[in-house]
Design a protein around this ligand. Structure first.
Ligand SMILES: [Zn+2]
Ligand SMILES: [Zn+2]
Length: 379
């Protein structure tokens, strides 16, 4: 993928409308400035120099320039390899970026041998809050491209051997005169591999890799959060032609829970209580995340919305011994569908309740009084 690549016009510091001679002089100026011979030991100038050359190679050619104007860098991307065919949950995006970086910096392992590190894979997994609490070992099935067994990843049919590329003599790179300079570039005949496969392996059609379902066991530690990433080193795609494999990243997301809301290590839940329990006080049971129960004591005169803290009943903190708390918020419920008898009793209660304190009501009616009082006072 070339998302990290700079626009060719920007690289050459010219307008999109620049004509041939403008391009040429811009290229000359920049190539002189960033030529590695003029900047010995400066790796970044080498990268710049390569970028400038690449940009000029494309823009000086009418057809290539037209293709670039239309499709951008995508116009020159070589057939997307193995990673593209995977199902939902997979994307081989990471090492594309790394490969771009390393490819451009010329540090790719085993230059000229075509060895490449396999792509990193992403696997999205949703887990329940209970699993995040307890931790678990999950079995996952992943389609992963692995080294082809028939040809040991070489890509040549059994009994045959790849031939040394005649264009580059096996070096994988060719030298080419360009303007004033001799440039080294990837061999176009063998794409840098140094070898040509004449009889491709039928199992992998010469790519050296095949797709297999692989079952992996993933250890999910206690206390993982939404967005936690687990890296399984070396479990990504197989490398190309004996290159090292990529990594597999498990991206965890937490399913929402019917009872608990998580806030860091703390858990919150809302519990309805009756008007009578709230007024008289009492005790009720609430479930806990470990599928147990705990008692919550409410004092008499409890107002709706009050929170009670139960220490140590929250979530474990990832890679630590700490545990969060659980907060229980009560919601006082007004009863509905009262029987005649119940209505009578409540009406009776209302008559008798002149002595009871209604803290919120008292506060409110004081404010109302002040409100009207202040209006009366304004002229
Ligand atoms: Zn094969
Ligand atoms: Zn070659």
């Amino acid at each position: 993928m070339s998302t990290t690549k700079r626009c060719y016009y920007e690289t050459l510091e010219v307008e999109r409308s620049a004509d041939e001679s403008t391009l040429k002089s811009a290229f000359r100026k920049l190539a002189m400035k960033w030529h590695p011979d003029r900047n010995p030991g400066d790796a970044s100038s080498e990268v710049k120099f390569k970028e400038i050359n690449e940009a000029y190679e494309v823009l000086k050619d009418g057809d290539k320039r037209a293709a670039y104007d239309r499709y951008g860098h995508a116009a020159f991307e070589q057939g997307m390899g193995g990673g593209a065919g995977f199902g939902a949950g997979f994307a081989s995006s990471f090492s594309d970026i790394f490969e771009d970086l390393f490819g451009m910096a010329g540090q790719r392992g085993g230059r000229g041998t075509g060895r490449e590190r396999g792509a990193d894979l992403r696997y999205n997994m949703e887990i329940s809050l209970e699993d995040a609490f307890k931790g678990k070992t999950a079995q996952i099935e992943i389609p992963v491209s692995v080294t082809c067994e028939s040809c040991s990843g070489i890509g040549a049919k059994a009994g045959t051997k790849p031939k040394t590329c005649s264009t580059c003599g096996g070096a994988g790179r060719v030298r080419q005169a360009q303007g004033f300079f001799t440039l080294e570039r990837t061999c176009p005949s063998c794409q840098g591999r140094g070898q040509i496969i004449e009889d491709p392996c039928p199992s992998c059609t010469g790519s050296g890799r095949v797709t297999r379902e692989r079952t992996l066991s993933v250890n999910i530690p206690q206390g993982v959060e939404d967005g936690t990433r687990i890296r399984l080193a070396g479990e990504g795609e197989a490398g190309v032609r004996g290159g090292p494999p990529g990594d597999l990243y498990i991206f965890l997301s937490l399913a929402s829970h019917a009872i608990f809301q998580r806030d860091g290590a703390d858990l919150h839940c809302r519990v309805p209580i009756s008007m009578v329990t709230a007024a008289l006080g009492g005790e009720f049971e609430v479930p806990t995340i470990e599928r147990g129960k705990t008692k919550v004591k409410v004092p008499s005169g409890t107002q709706t919305g009050r929170r009670f803290r139960i220490t140590g009943k929250g979530m474990p903190v990832l890679r630590s011994r700490q545990v969060g708390d659980m907060y229980v918020q009560v919601a006082v419920e007004t009863p509905q569908n009262l029987t005649k008898k119940q209505q009578e009793l409540l009406a009776e209660f209302e008559k008798l309740s002149s002595g009871a304190t209604q803290p919120e009501a008292a506060g409110f009616f004081t404010k109302v009084k002040d409100f009207f009082g202040s209006r009366a006072n304004t002229p």
